[in-house]
Write a protein that binds this ligand. Sequence first.
Ligand SMILES: O=C(O)C[C@H]1C=CC(=O)O1
Length: 96
Amino acid sequence: MLFHVRMDVNLPASMPEAEAAALKATEKAQSQALQASGQWRHLWRIAGQYSNISLFDVSSIDELHQLLSQLPLFPYMKIQVIPLCRHPSSIREDDR
Ligand SMILES: O=C(O)C[C@H]1C=CC(=O)O1
């Protein structure tokens, strides 16, 4: 199942820089492991914002929730999820 996910990150201004840097480093490692596993299929930065657009390929909405809620930055993100299904006119075999 494919999901389009938008994540907007909002770290509190009061968070010490070292704590923010550690959170971002852990998040990066976790996101790269999920990309390597194929569950986090694409990751793009939204230009000019501390936000990303991602494509997740998981077997259920519960798996997606589990995965997103375990991200280190989860407490500081607003997340929007759009479920995707195959478009009948798509020529891409992996669009499912
Ligand atoms: O930077 C972000 O958009 C938030 C998050 C997603 C991947 C990652 O490394 O951090």
